[in-house]
Design a protein around this ligand. Structure first.
Ligand SMILES: *Cc1c(COP(=O)(O)O)cnc(C)c1O
Length: 393
């Protein structure tokens, strides 16, 4: 039985997969079981931030595996302490919680925000509503699905978690209306600076500023879901830096440990002590291998020169594609890009790229690039050669 048959016989078919079995990868190229090579413009949905098997990253993870791979959270490990210190110093946040995925990071943010208001205003105040945006994506657990502002996700799994209300992105009037309709009931506003799964759509700066103004007035926490946009993806370590704001809570995951499961919730001074002993936890949270991988990622990415290069590489891609007669628009920031086409369907282009040795993603009706952050210009150009040929057909 071949790999694909064996897989499909034993694994629930929740994903639409391509008939490709990836066997290994090196730097920014994946190799399938037939030896065919693919340039990687997806990095496993933005997780392999340093590409495949980055030398320092492999060394850090292997060395940690030889020391201790897990301890439970009843004990301390140095690698966790080192990673946490480095991440807090890099981002300017006061404290963090360790989880294993984007959804878990957001679950933590949701619990933290609700407890912040519970502690301060009491149970009777029922100050527990979290405003999220239409077309957002926050995860696949029941609470994060409930937070997700897309109706397609609100099916089958009823009842969903109450206490989430949607506002239209970039609509300040709608934000004000929902806030006043729910006066003294809202504990947080949660948003992505650039909606990733929603189609690589950046929020307007004025709208983000309005969120912060309205929240400040009412002691409402701001939660920025940077699961996809964080860790250098947009050319700043946090995407919110591009918009000149510092949310009370930031969640990170995808690219944070270079491809090992991790998710963290960062809290600023105001809310760093809300989650107390026994109020939250995760068995695998803070896994030492993930922390070792995370330190290796931060060592490279949390560097101004490296981040400038992310911007330059994004600009290089933009310059090459913007005049393509089939391209009608390019959205996003840094190395998080969405490409719109005049006549072609993104899904068809994605499949043709795969057939021709280029891994890309889609987001709604756009082609999406989330290449490894350290991809070279040479590899970018080879990938774009493949894409341009397909667009010309
Ligand atoms: C991917 C993603 C999530 C969910 O992350 P998982 O690791 O799949 O749980 C949440 N929010 C955003 C913005 C994402 O892009």
């Amino acid at each position: 039985m071949d790999t694909i048959e064996q897989f499909n016989e034993h694994v629930m078919p929740t994903y639409g997969r391509y008939d490709v079995v990836i066997e290994k990868g090196q730097e920014h190229t994946a190799v399938d079981e037939n030896g065919k090579e693919y340039i990687d413009f997806g990095s496993g949905i933005g997780t392999n931030s340093l590409g495949f098997c980055d030398e320092e990253w492999v060394k850090a993870v292997c060395e940690q595996a030889h020391k201790v791979q897990h301890t439970s959270n009843y004990y301390y490990t140095k690698v966790q302490a080192d990673f946490a210190k480095k991440l807090c110093e890099t981002t300017g946040y006061s404290k963090m919680f360790f989880g294993n995925s984007g959804a878990e990071a957001n679950e933590c943010a949701i619990k933290l925000a609700r407890k912040y208001s519970f502690d301060k205003y009491g149970k009777e105040a029922e100050r527990n509503i979290i405003i999220t945006l239409v077309n957002s994506f926050h995860g696949r657990t029941i609470a994060t699905l409930s937070a997700t502002g897309q109706d397609v996700f609100h099916n089958y799994f009823f009842p969903f978690v109450p206490g989430f209300v949607n506002v239209k992105a970039n609509d300040i009037e709608d934000l004000k209306r929902v806030l006043s309709e729910n006066e003294n009931r809202v504990c947080a506003v949660m948003f992505e600076c650039i909606q990733g799964e929603g189609g690589v759509i950046a929020l307007e700066k004025s709208f983000i500023e309005a969120i912060f103004q309205e929240c400040e007035k009412r002691d409402i926490l701001t939660i920025c879901d940077e699961v996809q946009t964080g860790v250098g993806r947009t050319g700043k370590f946090l995407a919110c830096e591009n918009f000149g704001v510092k949310p009370d809570i930031v969640t990170l995951a995808k690219g944070l440990a270079g491809g090992i499961p991790i998710g963290v919730c960062l809290a600023d001074e105001k809310c760093k002590d809300v989650l107390t002993k026994g109020t939250h936890g995760s068995t695998f949270g803070g896994n030492p291998l993930a922390c070792a991988g995370g330190i290796a990622v931060l060592d490279k990415v949390a560097d101004e020169k490296f981040l400038d290069e992310v911007v330059q590489k994004g600009y290089h891609i933009w310059q090459r594609l913007i005049n393509d007669p089939e391209v009608t628009g390019i959205s996003g920031l840094g190395l998080m890009m969405g490409i719109s086409f005049k006549t072609k369907k993104a899904a068809d282009v994605c499949k043709a790229c795969l057939d021709n040795g280029l891994l890309v993603l889609t987001a709604k009706e756009k082609l999406r690039f989330l290449p490894p952050l350290n991809i070279t210009y040479e590899e970018i150009d080879r990938g774009l050669d493949i894409l341009e040929k397909i667009l010309a057909q």
